[in-house]
Design a protein around this ligand. Structure first.
Ligand code: PXG
Length: 460
């Protein structure tokens, strides 16, 4: 394939001046970056004119798909009327007021107050500070420890990286935030051994509570977890995990933070992942789907239990961002929440396109290279394996996930690889015909990858 002048030019300029997130720049520049120029509905177009089905909704965020004029018009109107004003010094503006009210309507009943940020990472930093302040106000200042999980992802600011459970992130740049302990993750296929998924779910929850008791439960401020771990490979916990863990946290008076950055706003077939998992968190972390990715924004949902104390007993909470409650972001958020409601997008994920896609996706478990194929709502993964009977893994150095991702892209489908798990989170507005196209491409991708692994002697 000969590349157009435009692609060559953009690749050269990108290599010369742009440092990409989570990227080995030397390798990328050697390979040449892929240039995405346009998108519409659930399809991307690259600079060479290839049409690619976006099975990752951007980066888990484009729930309503690309090119929604209702959102574009709402943001444009807001930028014309009031492009910016802050919410710090005794001021507010109509779009942040409307966004806050709408959030109180769509979130579980305990949430009636919202703090706005620019991203999921900033939201988690906010929660760390707010939860610590809450315990000071409750005269329990010794509660300063946060429990997170191995394989959890909570962002890339210094505190959020420390909170997350990726050793690769902890090693770089020090991450000097103390008071954080990492509990095991409920990944049955990889770690469940001979236990049934239900017994394994209970075991991981009880091991987590034992870790907390070992630390001293009265020193623990909060536990944070994604209802379904996203960037850690879409780990859907056994049904016993969350109820056992949430009950144990409640008994010990520990706050529960549900990181809804990926699971929130319909991804799991309910408004929030905690509703799907049956927990009642004290905080929710929100970003991504809150604006369907059109404008950056994050938010923290603060339960009445916490907000009442902050308001009744607290002084000034010395925390905030220039873009807290940015008018254009709130205008996008209001448009998105209205569209999710009027188009019944979440009901459709629960009752129609979700079950349709799940049934087809789960059939991938019959493929010789797939150990398990799981999906809740419209977030799923498949675990690649050279031998499903023994639940074996490919050698790490072979990077079979990455190779499979590249086959997928070449087949016109974006799937992401997390180690040897292929993850999928397409726009929630996917049609049945687009789901069929997605599955056809996924099967072809697996067949191509399996042929390559067999040729390389990595699989019988
Ligand atoms: N919490 C969760 C659960 C997330 O998935 C964040 C917090 C941080 O949000 P911001 O807006 O600060 O990025 C995230 C972000 C990946 C990937 O490779 C996932 C995320 C971000 C970047 C890459 O899957 N999730």
């Amino acid at each position: 394939m000969t590349l157009s002048n435009l692609t060559t030019h953009l690749r050269q300029e990108d290599a010369a001046h742009h440092l990409h997130p989570f990227t080995n720049t030397r390798e990328l520049n050697g390979r040449g970056v892929r240039v995405i120029t346009k998108a519409s509905g659930v399809h991307l177009t690259d600079s060479e004119g290839h049409r690619i089905l976006d099975g990752m909704a951007g980066l888990w965020c484009m729930a309503l798909g690309y090119g929604r004029s209702e959102i574009v018009q709402a943001v444009t109107k807001q930028l014309e009327e009031l492009p910016y004003y802050n919410t710090f010094f005794n001021t507010t503006h109509p779009s942040v007021v409307e966004m806050s009210r709408l959030l109180s309507e769509v979130t579980p009943p305990q949430f009636n107050h919202f703090f706005f940020t620019g991203s999921g990472s900033e939201s988690n930093d906010t929660i760390l500070r707010m939860a610590a302040y809450y315990w000071d106000l409750m005269d329990q200042p010794e509660r300063k420890i946060f429990i997170s999980r191995r394989g959890g992802y909570h962002g890339s600011t210094v505190a959020a990286a420390a909170l997350g459970g990726f050793g690769s992130m902890h090693k770089q740049g020090g991450v000097p935030v103390g008071n954080i302990f990492h509990a095991p993750q409920p990944s049955w296929w990889e770690e469940g051994g001979d236990l049934s998924p239900e017994d394994f779910g209970r075991k991981v929850a009880n091991d987590t509570l034992a870790l907390i008791d070992g630390i001293g439960s009265k020193r623990v401020a909060a536990f944070i977890g994604e209802p379904i771990q996203g960037a850690g490979g879409v780990i859907i916990p056994p049904a016993t995990y969350w109820p056992t863990l949430a009950a144990g946290l409640k008994e010990r008076g520990i706050l529960l933070i549900s990181d809804e950055v990926i699971c929130g706003f319909g991804r799991t077939g309910n408004w929030f992942g905690c509703e799907t998992m049956g927990t009642e968190p004290d905080f929710m972390t929100m970003a991504k789907g809150i604006t369907s990715g059109y404008v950056p924004m994050g938010a923290v949902a603060v339960s009445d239990k916490v907000a009442d104390v902050l308001i009744a007993k607290g002084g000034e909470f010395a925390h905030g961002y220039t873009y807290s409650g940015h008018p254009a972001a709130c205008a996008a958020g209001v448009a998105v929440l209205n569209l999710l409601r009027t188009e019944k997008v979440i009901e459709r994920v629960r009752d129609d396109i979700g079950p349709y896609l799940q049934a087809k996706w789960r059939m991938l478990a019959d493929h010789p290279m797939v150990g398990e194929a799981v999906m809740t709502g419209m977030i799923g993964s498949i675990r690649l394996t050279p031998n499903k009977a023994s639940r074996a893994s490919f050698p790490e150095a072979a990077d079979v996930g990455m190779a499979t991702r590249n086959f997928s892209f070449d087949n016109g489908l974006v799937m992401r690889a997390v180690g040897d798990r292929m993850v999928l989170a397409p726009p929630l507005v996917l049609t049945h015909a687009e789901a069929d196209e997605l599955m056809e491409k996924a099967v072809r991708t697996l067949d191509m990858s399996m042929a390559a692994q067999r040729k390389a002697g990595l699989m019988a």
